[in-house]
Design a protein around this ligand. Structure first.
Ligand code: FCB
Length: 470
């Protein structure tokens, strides 16, 4: 850790993030319907089989305690997602009891002086809509916009910041192509249709919310990466990096900020029929102006097409039919890794932020918020349940220094949300991977802030990174 204190700009927003299915539990209470994750976790052989979010962190019953925890951590904002199937069990019909849960949560946050930041969709499509075709069909985009309007009707008087989707890349590619996330489909054409319908749903929701509430702050959160060629002197590796950048970053950024899909990616996937689902006018809807861009950053990677260097597809390469089929392989660079096996690469965040500002958000005048960043490590609690997680603390410190450098470079970054407030249900990994600032003992549901949580509370309160000695 460096030793000089670094102050952030006045008003820099410090928060932490969670998602509904990962923390709420109460899967069968209050009229909630099944989401695709409830169903996926019941499929023998599915990656998360044997784990599920039925109880998770029991946040549904512990919101008061959790909001107090946020106060103890000095959070100015809390980013959480809404379970669509809790609020509209069939995806279409409002369930007042489910909606009331979020209304109470918002009231509790505001009473605690914490800004609620709502994500409308964090991967948990109502199963009833998956049964009708899920994100592979256009109607789902229309239902999503209707859901957004219902939630705005209930919360819009108090919630001023709305994110439509969290990480549509994950929903589309891990859910519909790789089959390692719900709904577990392995159909590349469906995944590309899902990309378009997710973006269309985003655009339709933005239009609806804008009509209802011109003053609201509206955005989307993307998981973005820095894709490097393993060997910059090798043409195949440059093309590998282009393909990963294309499908992870530009396939989403270009339609949102420029109103067009990237031509090279469209050419790569021409055989998969994506063009057939795009109707005239769709890209105008998708490129409705945004107020903020949410960026989730965990790692960047290096890529090759040289099978000698890495015979099996892995990571990002494995997840996408576009890149795996082209022989793209991820190459470990020997950097330290987190519990997820993700390379720790804070300088990638600085590069990413500069590139976004230069090519997308700067010209559009759109500020950036880091809506997720964090790390899983093998936490070892002491007898009192305290976790002295110096590796996680150092991860946050290094990435916040990268954000600070990007600010000094002139990038308009307005805030940072640690992933995550609590240890929680980490999707395909069940409860094995812990990302929390706060440890959750799943037996007792006891919450105990980790060393990283105590440290983050000081950072948030002082709006600065403390020196190594503090
Ligand atoms: C992101 C997800 C979040 C969490 C982190 C580790 O991709 O948005 O829910 O699982 O990864």
């Amino acid at each position: 850790m460096n030793s000089s204190p670094l102050t952030f700009p006045d008003g820099f927003l410090w928060g932490a993030a969670t998602a509904a299915y990962q923390i709420e539990g109460a899967a069968n209470e209050g009229g909630r319907g099944d989401s695709i994750w409830d169903v996926f976790c019941r499929v023998p052989g599915a990656v998360a089989y044997g784990h599920n979010g039925d109880v998770a962190c029991d946040h549904y019953h512990r919101t008061a305690e959790d909001v107090r925890l946020m106060q103890d951590l000095n959070l100015a904002a809390y980013r959480f997602s809404i379970s669509w199937a809790r609020c509209m069990p069939d995806g279409m019909t409002p369930n007042p009891e489910g909606i009331a849960f979020y209304s109470r949560l918002v009231d509790q946050l505001l009473a605690a002086g914490i800004t609620p930041w709502v994500t409308l969709y964090h991967w948990d499509l109502p199963q009833a809509l998956e049964d009708k075709g899920g994100w592979a069909v256009r109607e789902t985009a229309e239902h999503f916009a209707a859901f957004a309007a219902v939630m705005h009707e209930a919360l819009g008087d108090r919630v001023r910041i709305w994110t439509t989707l969290n990480e549509p890349w994950v929903s589309a590619f891990l859910g519909y192509a790789a089959g390692i996330h719900a709904p577990g489909r392995r159909d590349p054409a469906a995944a590309l249709a899902a990309v378009h319908h997710l973006l269309l749903g985003h655009g339709l929701a933005v239009s609806a919310l804008r009509r209802l509430d011109p003053e609201a702050t509206l955005g989307i959160t993307l998981n973005l990466t820095v894709a490097d060629p393993a060997d910059p002197g090798r043409e195949g590796d440059l093309d590998a990096a282009r393909r990963v950048d294309g499908q992870s970053n530009r396939l989403f950024l270009d339609p949102l900020f420029r109103g067009e899909y990237p031509a090279d990616v469209l050419a790569d996937v021409a055989h998969l029929g994506m063009a057939d689902v795009v109707r005239s006018g769709d890209l105008d809807i998708i490129s409705e102006p945004l107020d903020v861009l949410g960026v989730n950053y965990y790692h960047g990677d290096a890529f090759t097409t040289d099978p000698e260097r890495h015979p099996e597809p892995a990571g990002v390469a494995e997840a996408s039919p576009l890149v795996a089929a082209a022989g793209v392989r991820q190459v470990p660079r020997g950097l330290p890794v987190t519990g997820m096996g993700w390379e720790i690469q804070p300088e990638g965040l600085r590069r990413l932020l500069n590139r976004l500002q230069r090519e997308y958000t700067g010209p559009a005048g759109v500020p950036i918020y880091i809506t997720e960043n964090g790390a899983a490590f093998d936490d070892v609690p002491d007898a009192q349940g305290f976790v002295d997680d110096q590796a996680r603390l150092a991860f946050f410190d290094a990435h916040l220094r990268a954000v600070h450098e990007a600010l000094a470079d002139g990038v308009d970054v307005r805030g940072y949300f640690a992933w995550s407030l609590l240890d929680n249900f980490e999707w395909a990994f069940g409860y094995h991977q812990r990302f929390g600032l706060v440890r959750v003992d799943y037996e007792t549901q006891r919450r105990i802030p980790k060393a990283s949580g105590r440290w983050y509370a000081r950072v948030a309160a002082s709006n600065a990174l403390p020196t190594a000695k503090e």
